[in-house]
Design a protein around this ligand. Structure first.
Ligand code: DQA
Length: 142
């Protein structure tokens, strides 16, 4: 099975960006962790990052077209604003697991609403980089 791992805005700066909140691992470090675990589980990772909302929509459609088994989605701040992402997740049959390094529900009020969470098959948040690995395991059990 192929698992798409889609990362949204500002996550290219991971490791440098507010490390007290998001940790010191880079997105490449996370990709490495996911690839190691995927190999053990007999899965394959397709890891991507974009700062553009519509690109995430296109990649969600692509995940279904390419018969991905699941998508792990950290949509960054678009999580809290994007009805387009909510609709895209509802538009595809591919299950989507929402991932966040931090726990948005314990942060500013404006992070408490998650459009992604309204349609996601599951959510892993507040567990830092390790949360991506947990989300991978969850996605393979859906
Ligand atoms: C985030 C949480 C979001 O609220 C924030 O906008 C991000 C990162 C996380 O991984 O903790 O960009 O998705």
């Amino acid at each position: 099975p192929v698992i798409y791992v889609l990362n949204g805005p500002n996550l290219n700066l991971l490791g440098l960006r507010e490390p007290d909140i998001y940790g010191s691992e880079t997105l490449d470090d996370i990709a490495g962790m996911l690839e190691d675990r995927a190999r053990e589980l007999g899965a394959e990772i397709e890891m991507r990052q974009t700062n553009h909302e519509g690109m995430l929509v296109d990649w969600l459609h692509e995940a279904q077209a390419e018969n991905a088994a699941a998508v792990l989605l950290n949509a960054g701040a678009y999580t809290h604003t994007s009805i387009a992402l909510l609709d895209a997740i509802r538009a595809i049959r591919t299950p989507v697991v929402e991932v966040h390094l931090s726990d948005p529900t314990t942060r500013e009020e404006f992070r408490h609403l998650s459009y992604v969470g309204m349609a996601a098959a599951g959510t892993v948040q507040g567990k830092g980089a390790a949360g991506y690995v947990e989300a991978l395991e969850l996605s393979l059990s859906l």
